[in-house]
Design a binder for this molecule. Structure first.
Ligand code: SF4
Length: 360
């Protein structure tokens, strides 16, 4: 029986090679720790204690929204371990929140790490989320004879809520395709962005090969010398390789940092020492310092040293606005700032971006 975690399904959707070699997909000791994040832990603690607020702002926002959905729900299962057997596979998952009604399975997930880049043309799509499909498949198999026939899926991101409804047929179809992809694996490893999260990334020959050739290509000085006249495809490939090399370098830095965290004096070869140097930054607490600054500086001087972050301002307005009026209040304040000629749009250095032409 091969154990697979639902959280690994997004990688498997790209590359089934992850399951092959001397690799064990689930380490039961590590699983709970891997799944824990501060926001998840805050929400779980609040729900267990019957609270609808938290010191963590994102958790608090999600709890407020959850309250409308789940208040009075008879039995909430919070991050409960669930598993099922599908063929020779044991699928294991910890849905963030689950409850069952006579007609529906309700699955709630917090994807606070999702960014706009994870969206497709319809906004953030949950219908392709293999992880959520995995949870639904576990429930479908474990509640085979239950009357509930649909899966109500709710995903909370940092700022939005996405909802979708799946039938048992949709989930069954996903499960069949998932099994086929593993049983009839074509033997091809498919390195890509997803490798960042693959537990095999340190011993995968396919990824190693891609990394080696990327490093070689980047080291080829001719490419850089001819960049102004290179074909568009060459430029795109060069950028993709540069990204791979940067990730390799980041992984090296992370590994060295971990080693140095256990070496208080650092390491020396007799000529040079490598160590973790303390870094500190002085900041001024706005709440305590504001009146001093307002006294010492003119408004124009003050404007030169204060930087107002739009997203933080919007969150502050939302936090103090009544539910249902939050977006309107943000718009109202932004209109006032616009009327006061306080809004500036500054172009910053353009980010090098690669996108599929069809997704424009
Ligand atoms: S590191 Fe990448 S290519 Fe290798 S098994 Fe994992 S996902 Fe596949």
């Amino acid at each position: 029986m091969m154990p697979i975690r639902c959280s690994q399904l997004p990688i498997l959707a790209h590359c089934q090679g992850m399951l092959h070699g001397n690799y064990i997909a689930v380490n039961p000791q590590n699983e709970a720790a891997n799944e824990g994040t501060i926001i998840h832990a805050e929400i779980a603690a609040a729900l267990t204690e019957g609270r609808w607020t938290s010191d963590n702002k994102v958790a608090s926002r999600i709890l407020h929204a959850l309250q409308q959905d789940i208040i009075g729900t008879p039995e909430l299962l919070i991050e409960r371990k669930m598993k099922t057997k599908i063929g020779d596979i044991e699928l294991i998952g910890h849905p963030d929140l689950f409850y069952l009604t006579p007609t529906s399975f309700h699955l709630i997930d917090y994807k606070t790490g999702w960014k706009a880049d994870d969206s497709d043309d319809d906004g953030i799509s949950i219908k392709h989320s293999p992880q959520l499909m995995g949870y639904a498949a576990i429930l479908m198999n474990e509640y085979l004879y239950h009357r509930a026939n649909v899966f109500d899926i709710t995903v909370f991101t940092r700022k939005s809520i996405y909802r979708e409804t799946w039938t048992r047929e949709i989930v069954q179809d996903w499960q069949n395709r998932f099994l086929d992809s593993i049983i009839y694996w074509d033997g091809i490893f498919r390195p890509g962005e997803h490798c960042t999260y693959c537990p095999r990334r340190f011993d995968c020959p396919a990824l190693l090969q891609v990394q080696k050739s990327a490093i070689q290509a980047i080291a080829d000085t001719d490419i850089l010398a001819n960049i102004m006249t290179a074909q568009p495809q060459q430029v795109i490939i060069l950028k993709e390789r540069a990204t791979i090399v940067r990730k390799c370098a980041d992984a090296v830095d992370d590994a060295i940092r971990k080693r140095l965290e256990n070496e208080p004096d650092g390491l020396t070869d007799g000529e040079k020492r490598i160590y973790l140097a303390p870094v500190s930054r002085t900041t001024i607490d706005p709440q305590n310092g504001w009146w001093v600054l307002a006294d010492e500086l003119t408004p124009a001087e003050l404007a030169g040293v204060v930087n107002i972050v739009k997203s933080k301002l919007e969150n502050a307005i939302k936090d103090k606005s009544p539910r249902g009026n939050k977006a309107e209040e943000v718009n109202r304040v932004m209109r006032r700032l616009n009327d006061a000629d306080a809004i500036r749009i500054e172009a910053s250095t353009p980010r090098i971006t690669i996108k599929k032409e069809s997704s424009e």
